[in-house]
Structures are given as C-alpha cells and as structure tokens.
Design a protein around this ligand. Sequence first.
Ligand code: 3HC
Length: 293
Amino acid sequence: ADADGTSAPQLRHEITTVGVVGTGTMASGIVEVFAKAGYDVTFVGRGEDKIAGVVAAITKSLDKAVARGKLDEDGRSDVLVRLTGSTEREALAGADIIVEAIAEDLDVKLALFADLDRIAKPGAILATTTSSLSINACAAATSRPQDVIGMHFFNPAAIMKLVEVVTADDTSAEVDETVRALCLATGKHPVSCGDRAGFIVNALLFPYLNDAIRLHEAGGASLDEIDEALKGTKLPMGPFQLLDVVGNDVSLAIQQSLVETFGHAGWQPAPTLERLVAEGKLGRKTGEGFHTY
Ligand code: 3HC
C-alpha cells in the first residue's frame, strides 16, 4: 500500500508539463506516449534537424494509429499541438517531470543531470530511461537525489506497456508513487525494481539474445531459422529481429554492463555483436543489422 494506505498509486505531485531530453528512438516514443496521454511535452535536441526528425517520427506513428482505427483525426492533431521542440535545455525550466533518453554513456548522463539540477524547477522529478547505467550515479550528480528515479521504457515505447520504475537509495516515496501513478495515467504498466544492472527484464533478456548470436556463430542454425523457431514459441519476435529493433549498439552496452556487474564469463558479448557495431550495422535505424531493411 502507498503512503495513505491505498493500493492504487496517486499523483503526489501535480504534473501538467513533461520535459524529454533526446531525439533518438526512445526519446521520440516517450514524447509520443506523454502527448497522447494529454500532457504538454517540451523536448530538447541538439539541432533543428533532430527536432524535425522527432515530429516526423511521431507523425508517422500517429498516421499508423489512425489507419488502424486507434486514433481519429482530431486526436491526431491534438497530439501534434502538444509538442514543443527546442535546442535549449533551458526550455525545460517549467516542466513538472523531465525524462532523459540521451546516449547510454555515464559521463554524458552525469553532465546532463548536473545541468538539469541547475535548470529544473524545485520539486521537478528527474527521470532517466537508462537501460543499464546506475540511477544512484545520476542522482549523485544533482543536489536533489530524492527527486531522481529510473523510468525504463521498452522499444517501441509507444506500444510496449511495461515501464520498470527504478528507485535509487535516496528516491523519495512520493516521487516513486507519483511516477507509478503517471505510468498508469499514460496507459503503461509500472513494475518496481531496484537499481542493479539490467533491472529485471534486460538482466534476463539479454543473456538469451547474446546466446542466440553465439548459437548462430557456432553454426547451429541460420538467422531466419532461429527467429522463426523462437517466434514459434509465441515470443512476438525472434532474437535477431528484436536485436535489430533495440539497436546493436544499445544491446552491446547492456551486455557489457551485465558482465561488469555480474562477472559471468559466459555473458561476454558475442563477437558478431561487437563486429556489427564496429561496422555501424546497428539494426533497423541504420537499415542493416543482423537483417537488412
Ligand atoms: N500507434 C498505436 N498503436 C500501434 C501502432 C501505432 N503507431 N503501431 C502498432 N500499434 C498496435 C497495433 O494496433 C497492435 O495493437 P492491437 O493488438 O491492440 O491491435 C499492436 O500495436 C501490435 O502491432 P502489430 O500487430 O502491427 O505488430 P506486431 O503484432 O508484430 O507487434 C510489436 C509489434 C509490438 C513490436 C511486437 O513485435 C513485439 O512485442 N516485439 C517485441 C518488442 C520487445 O520485446 N521490446 C522490448 C525490447 S528490450 C528493450 O526495449 C529494453 C531496452 O533497454 C533496450
């Protein structure tokens, strides 16, 4: 039960404006999630072209939703008018919660959190969608660790319901409860977990994906045979299809952090994963990964 003994989490902080930092696949999906749920969203990117890219990606997704009968034309335009893109982080000063989805690199994240500490209004929630870095480390880069939390969305964020809500040592109970309530308000399914590499899903999913690569490397079966066989077990995608959706660079970073944390020698990234990343074959986003698009 939460603070007042109720079992459903409540919004302990008023949330009207959401800030998002980043313009990649995850950031774009997260902007879409909040705008669809009726929040005004300000998102910050490193250039006008990147900002236009987010609007284009969301427009494409909304068009798809309309075509599927999940959204009407009015709903589509309501979502688009809620979006404000900016190249200045200062634009986030009015946000009630800021979710960052920038590069999966600790130094880059720490510099961002120090910046958000300077910019965000008092009491704003500072969330990260990191999939493998420490929430405690992000919190320690600010003077307000009680307001820092992990909100780990899954790819594609606009569709996947799960969000792992990751509390760090100092995250306040109100912030944790508010973020879980916010997930429910956006149609997501929050699951709480502690701050350890891979949280729950990636700690279990990525060793399987890595083993699929090793099976292929060992001559066990072709990419398509493995994908087809696993889809036959009712998984929605085979391992190589999913690796290409997630991105091989992201997958490599997650696998490396699992090895560092758990010290399991068998979890070393498969050589093919390292080679594809070195060759820039990152998956769907570059047009080629394990498969070609
Ligand atoms: N807007 C709204 N809804 C949409 C949409 C859009 N743009 N596009 C698709 N949908 C809806 C569809 O209407 C459908 O919903 P319905 O069943 O209620 O009608 C649903 O999404 C599925 O769409 P499709 O039927 O077109 O496609 P699939 O059935 O092939 O599903 C998928 C696509 C959901 C991506 C599915 O293949 C899947 O679940 N794949 C696995 C994804 C996954 O596991 N992601 C996690 C990766 S790990 C991760 O992200 C962690 C990170 O740290 C790396």
